[in-house]
Design a protein around this ligand. Structure first.
Ligand code: PRP
Length: 211
């Protein structure tokens, strides 16, 4: 009997790329890329069931075993440190986690640095390692606004093309870590569905190399 592998994909560009990669590796789920409100797609022939979730929720589905596999940005893995296996770097969705601020910004070490971010744990770890006292201002989006309006001194955020920073008169002050999409697995699922999971991980790695 074919085991079904449940795969959580993040809604959006990264998930669509991952879906194409899965198709090229022979794990197609017809209809999954069609513009509809349906969330679950299954192909009984290859034993794959795909479902679309909010990017920041992928780790929750995988950690709790509702999904055997998931595709997720390294940024979210570093921020939430879910209890999952990281199986492969899918070498897509590449960007950087950076500290950014107004052009020419100089840090005044006599003051606590105000840092706006969606990634408080990553920011905290970065500044703890530097021994720099900071105050975190947790935001949920449009982080670049914070230094413009004086809500924060700097931001810790994702930089992909750099366009958002440029168009808001901000610049990268420091790079914290390079980010890319990762394939993650539920720990129990990895044991019990080992063969099929490895087949998918190897297939993705092989087609990933050709992209
Ligand atoms: C991300 C990030 C930056 C932008 C960087 O935002 O937070 O704002 O992309 O991309 P760029 O360097 O190519 O300009 P996202 O689109 O996820 O939206 P958000 O502002 O709501 O977080």
């Amino acid at each position: 009997m074919t085991q079904t592998i449940n795969i959580a994909l993040p809604k959006g560009r990264l998930g669509e790329k991952a879906c194409t990669l899965l198709r090229d590796a022979g794990f197609d789920c017809p209809g999954a890329m069609e513009d509809s409100r349906r969330l679950v797609f299954e192909n009984p022939e290859n034993g794959v069931r795909l479902f679309w979730v909010k990017p920041s929720d992928v780790a929750i589905y995988v950690e709790r075993g509702a999904a055997d596999l998931g595709v997720i940005g390294k940024d979210i893995l570093l921020e939430y440190t879910p209890d999952v296996y990281e199986l492969a770097d899918l070498k897509m969705g590449r960007c950087r986690m950076c500290v950014a601020g107004p052009r020419g910004y100089r840090d005044d070490v006599a003051r606590t640095l105000r840092v706006a971010t969606k990634f408080p744990n990553i920011a905290r770890r970065h500044y703890d390692a530097l021994g720099r006292p900071i105050e975190i201002i947790k935001l949920n989006g449009s982080i670049e606004l914070a230094p413009i309006l004086g809500l924060s001194d700097v931001i810790v955020d994702i930089v992909e093309t750099g366009t958002t920073l440029r168009e808001n008169d901000l610049e990268v002050l420091d790079t914290i870590v390079d980010i890319s999409a990762r394939l993650i697995a539920n720990r129990a699922g990895y044991k019990f569905k080992h063969e099929k999971i490895c087949e998918i991980a190897d297939g993705l790695a092989a087609v990933g190399k050709k992209v």
